[in-house]
Design a protein around this ligand. Structure first.
Ligand code: C2E
Ligand code: MG
Ligand code: MG
Length: 558
């Protein structure tokens, strides 16, 4: 059978010569088959026997145009009640004598293919949600026709990268699909959810009466995501940081609406995750300030605007200098010396800590070499390593390279780690710690007491020394309990073979108590504030004399 249906049709006119119907005068088999008939069954039939009045009217109009112009061509989708057994039709009507030569072609296959292609282009493959491309076409229309408020929720899953890295991409995909399903389930009939990419989703809420409705959906999103998911390797619960912006209050176009919601999301991320924030202009300012600081920090690393200060440490027993802590400062061209707490967290979250950390190691080694060249009796220098730096970088390699370059004795280097370092994957942490220790570097646990690790966990990590956080010193003089607590820490640490340093000692009274509790070393403003390397040279030169002369009797060894 031919793959096109052909028909010849003649007009039927009324008394006033107006065409009121057409009749099939000929057709081929395909043409008849489109109507579900044989050739002889179709020939002689009028159009009106197949079509309702309304449909017939439209067809008569089309035929009239073909007669008038000589030719008419189009593509259309048949309506459900059509007598034609095809969905998508390309038709051509050519005037021929009094009548029309009509050809119809079934183009359903091609149409379905192009529809499918456009669906794929507009759909996210992993979650089958509409994608960002679709949103870009859909949202402007929604805004243009909005009769009430529209809210955009920018949803970013928290710590998704960790899941992907630790559990693998297939589990990551599973999680995204589950999240997508849950997000769909919180939507009303006027709402839409799309996957923007990665672990980012957006929900568009239309026909809002109050901002409170968006607040409710945002809360619901976290409630429903939190519900633990069964995975092959156990259960996993997810949360999201959500930013909400409103049309027309926060933005009048799609791009600004998206940007504002993203800024609000960013702020939710920075303030503890797992919650939502509404956009407001001050968020934009703080984000901008942060971006400026980030830019400056990255330039500062390039231009080497950092210096180290050194805070002396003293052995309680002898009263003599026994080491020091290297503390970084940013020598900002306009702001002067910027303390580390104002830029280390940013350096960590941006990853700049890796470069900065190497710069700090390099500086400490250089300083030690300088002291050695000046024939000063150098004492151990402890270098702070933040958790991100430990987890991201190959620290043992960095220290190995530094020893190789500066040829200084390993006993002069110590590193300070905080308890948060232990949160990651245990075997790789233990491996890295043992690699560092095998270089001859001592391990100090900084800020002990502020985290959650137990002493037995610390022993497993083979820490050499425990630094008791400044916060405990505060309680030391204030209450009997404060003293009991520090006493317990010291005796347990000693029992596990670790020595103890008390940080932030500010008074002789604190020193006296620590002395009586057999604490090994102290540092803090009572001895000295952190100082530049040149000043430390002077202290090193006098290091065989005690820094403190005790006005009270030393406890006698038992
Ligand atoms: P941290 O390692 O616990 O350092 C002790 C901080 O307490 C230092 O502040 C020090 O100046 C301050 N301090 C010492 N004695 C006293 C005292 O008696 N009273 C009071 N009120 N404060 C005292 P700083 O230098 O501002 O450092 C703050 C934190 O920044 C450090 O805490 C450390 O976590 C981080 N940090 C400093 N330098 C570096 C570095 O080179 N790399 C990394 N990753 N972090 C660093
Ligand atoms: Mg420290
Ligand atoms: Mg500390």
């Amino acid at each position: 059978m031919a793959d096109e249906g052909f028909y010849a049709a003649s007009p039927i006119t009324s008394g006033s010569d107006a065409i009121i119907d057409w009749t099939f005068t000929d057709c081929n088999e395909r043409g008849a088959a489109y109507f579900g008939l044989q050739k002889h069954e179709l020939i002689g039939k009028n159009f009106s026997s197949f079509y309702s009045t309304a449909s017939l009217e439209r067809i008569l109009e089309t035929c009239a145009r073909a007669v008038k112009d000589g030719c008419y061509e189009d593509e259309y989708q048949e309506s459900p009640g059509s007598p034609l057994k095809i969905q998508w039709v390309r038709r051509q009507l050519v005037a021929s004598g009094d009548g029309l030569a009509i050809s119809l072609r079934d183009i359903s296959g091609i149409k379905e293919y192009t529809i499918e292609m456009s669906r794929l282009a507009n759909e996210d493959l992993i979650t089958t949600l509409p994608n960002r491309k679709w949103l870009a076409e859909f949202l402007p229309d929604v805004l243009a026709n909005a009769k009430s408020k529209v809210a955009l929720l920018f949803i970013d899953l928290d710590d998704f990268k960790n899941v992907n890295d630790s559990l693998g991409h297939s589990i990551g995909d599973l999680l995204l699909r589950a999240a997508a399903m849950r997000l769909r389930s919180v939507l009303g009939s006027h709402d839409t959810v799309v996957r923007l990419g990665g672990d980012e989703f957006a929900i568009v809420l239309t026909e809002l009466k109050t901002n409170g409705e968006a607040k409710r959906v945002a809360e619901l999103v976290n409630e429903i995501l939190r519900f633990p998911l069964e995975l092959v390797k156990g259960k996993k619960s997810i949360t999201a940081s959500i930013g909400v912006s409103f049309f027309p209050d926060d933005a009048e176009d799609m791009d600004t609406l998206l940007k504002s919601a993203e800024i609000a999301m960013y702020s939710a991320k920075k303030t503890g995750k797992a919650h939502y924030r509404f956009y407001n202009p001050t968020l934009y300012k703080s984000l901008k300030d942060r971006l400026v600081l980030e830019q400056e920090l990255s330039e500062a690393i390039e231009r080497d605007q950092f210096i180290l200060h050194y805070e002396p440490r003293m052995r309680i027993e002898s009263g003599k200098l026994c080491g020091m802590e290297a503390l970084v400062r940013w020598n900002h061209p306009e702001r002067g010396l910027v303390p580390p707490l104002e830029f280390i967290p940013l350096a960590e979250s941006t990853g700049l800590i890796l470069e900065l950390g190497e710069l700090i190691i390099e500086k400490a080694f250089k300083q030690i070499l300088l002291w050695e060249k000046s024939n000063l009796p150098v004492l151990p220098v402890s270098i702070n390593i933040s958790a991100h730096q430990f987890n991201m970088g190959n620290l043992s390699q960095a220290f190995f390279n530094a020893f190789d370059k500066y040829k200084i004795s390993p006993h002069l280097i110590e590193i300070e780690l905080t308890e948060s370092v232990m949160l990651g994957e245990q075997t790789s942490i233990l491996k890295e710690l043992s690699a560092i220790r095998s270089l001859g570097i001592k391990l100090l646990l900084d800020d002990f007491g502020t985290g959650y690790s137990s002493l037995s966990q610390l022993q497993r990590l083979k820490m050499d020394t425990l630094k008791v956080d400044r916060a405990f010193l505060h309680d030391l003089e204030k209450s009997r309990e404060g003293e009991i607590f520090v006493k317990a820490i010291i005796s347990m640490a000693h029992a596990l073979g670790m020595s103890v340093i008390a940080e932030g000692v500010e008074s002789g009274a604190q020193l006296e108590i620590l002395h009586s509790l057999s604490c090994d070393e102290i540092q803090g403003h009572y001895l000295s504030k952190p100082m530049p390397g040149e000043e430390m040279s002077e202290l090193l030169a006098r290091s065989d004399a005690p820094m403190v002369i005790y006005p009270y009797a030393l406890p006698q060894p038992a």
